[in-house]
Design a protein around this ligand. Sequence first.
Ligand code: AMP
Length: 278
Amino acid sequence: MQIFYTVKEIQNYLSQHATKSVGFVATMGALHQAHISLIDISKEENELTICSIFVNPKQFNKKEDLEKYPRNTPADLEKLKTGGCDVVFIPSVTEMYPQKVEKNFDFGTLSEVMEAEHRPGHFNGVAIVIERFFEILKPTRAYFGEKDYQQLAVIKALAKQINSPTKIVGCPIFREENGLAMSSRNERLSSVEKEQASIISKALKYVCEHKHKSVSELKSHFLKEMSEHKNFDPEYFEIADELTLEPIINWGHADKYIAFTAVNVSGVRLIDNMTIIN
Ligand code: AMP
């Protein structure tokens, strides 16, 4: 497994493998099985797989969240090696942003609802870092998890806006046995809290299985479930259109909707979503 820290080094390496298809998995480290599942998919579809580890300061709207973000590069490298990743790119902040970047992307509704509303500037920061990675690596395909479904939609919109030749591939949500969506942030929960946090996915499942109820009834049910734990603080629960991600008030005739939520569990912000087949 090759490890590079600078743009120059990795571009030099890639120029020696110019004929190969390149799969790219962007991560912020603190890797777990879900990240490795993205690497697995990339390995199946490409001759070379690159994983980046970069905690992008531009996508954190709270300084404290950035500071508390778990970091463990030696353990990450071990996991990537075992997972058969070909190349790891670990740039510094100055390597990624040698000059001041001031860009304001507009992704319409995607820039306004749910995560965008609760984390102002977050998706602009995500778009800035992904555009920069695409510029450096020029991957054939890039893999993003459906756990961050709105992010995936934003990146698809970004690729269109910048006319990127990179194909954006969505990958299924990887869960713990109890249903909790895997996340680097789960590291900050105790085992009791992780068990409690599994009620988020259980409540989402309930929503998917009770679509004969009204949207507002399901919303109330979900929020009531969350309020049963004192250490739970839900930020939002929405059922949204699969394509526009516009939250709905009443069921329509689309084939699919998606239930989205963000819940703080003991101060750790967790997000999850589940598809509702109409
Ligand atoms: P992160 O390191 O949290 O920025 O995540 C890196 C990539 O892994 C993103 O594309 C995430 O959507 C994806 N990812 C993280 N957790 C999961 C999960 N539980 N299932 C699927 N993809 C995930």
